[in-house]
Design a protein around this ligand. Structure first.
Ligand SMILES: C[S@@+](CC[C@H](N)C(=O)[O-])C[C@H]1O[C@@H](n2cnc3c(N)ncnc32)[C@H](O)[C@@H]1O
Length: 258
């Protein structure tokens, strides 16, 4: 039996509210997680310099990759971040799109939005806006965004088809999707998926790459690329669904709205 979507959302929200309200550098140092889960991983994920970001932003980095480098942003663009957390990718994107561009971060956890807005005030990031909402039903107008980014969030969604349909809806024609996410080769069992602690830790919600790519295709995305962050250059978007125990890894995912 599949866990109802509202129960998945509640478990995920509880985990990230707790991280937002109790997180300290000591927790980060003692977390015991590595780069394969989205426990706080710190700033080591990024190719981009984080030198001008406050510690409150870099210490609340919960991603599994660097969607900013993947996105190749240009001045003046409008960027949407799915599951913006403490805002690290929004602030990095804001630096690249400049004063003539804008960045919108969406997150369903009010405590995370509070952190993000406090960070925004501290940085004076006037071209960044955070909105409360679910990535399966984006509070964003049709065809209003140039680039959709996301960092370790789509795996947490119980309805990934809806996430890709919404991302496509809000992108302008020719717009780009640039995502870091946890994915698998092979699928988790229904019993593993029912473990909401593991799901919320970015493990058992992760989807097989062939299924992930087919959901993106079904939504209408083209030029889909999925590559293992640890083995870049090898294209996995056309991989077959293998009946193997799932191998979990962080992937670099890009696609274009036709
Ligand atoms: C692993 S953290 C990543 C945060 C941020 N992207 C980063 O790299 O630091 C996941 C974030 O996504 C949010 N989130 C998870 N599922 C969501 C959903 N269905 N809709 C909106 N936000 C969601 C959580 O509240 C949390 O802030």
């Amino acid at each position: 039996m599949t866990t109802p979507a509202h129960e998945v959302h509640a478990a995920v929200q509880a985990r990230y509210a707790q991280i937002a309200t109790t997180f300290t550098p000591e927790i980060q140092a003692n977390c015991g997680c590595d780069d394969t889960t989205c426990c706080p991983t710190g700033p080591d994920l990024y190719d981009t310099s984080l030198a001008d970001l406050p510690a409150d932003v870099t210490q609340l980095s919960l991603g599994c990759g660097d969607p900013i480098t993947l996105a190749g942003l240009q001045p003046g663009q409008t960027v949407l971040d799915l599951g913006s957390g403490g805002g690290i990718d929004c602030f990095l994107a804001a630096r690249q799109v400049g004063a003539s561009g804008r960045v919108i971060g969406i997150d369903m956890t009010p405590a995370m939005l509070d952190k993000a807005n406090a960070n925004k005030a501290k940085m004076g990031a006037d071209n960044v806006e955070f909105r409360l909402g679910q990535i399966e039903a984006l509070p964003v107008a049709d065809a209003s965004v140039d680039v959709v980014i996301s960092n370790c969030v789509i795996n947490l969604s119980p309805d990934k088809a809806a996430v890709f349909a919404e991302a496509l809806r809000v992108l302008r024609p020719g717009g780009k999707l640039a995502v870091s996410d946890m994915v698998t080769q092979g699928q988790f069992s229904p019993a593993a998926r029912a473990d909401l602690a593991a799901w919320s830790a970015c493990v058992t919600g992760a989807e097989d790459i062939s299924v992930y790519a087919s959901l993106m295709r079904a939504a209408g995305f083209q030029q889909i690329s999925i590559q293992d962050k640890g083995a870049p250059g090898i294209e996995l978007a056309d991989a077959l669904l293998l009946p193997t125990p799932p191998r979990l890894f962080s992937a670099r995912i890009t696609a274009v709205k036709p």
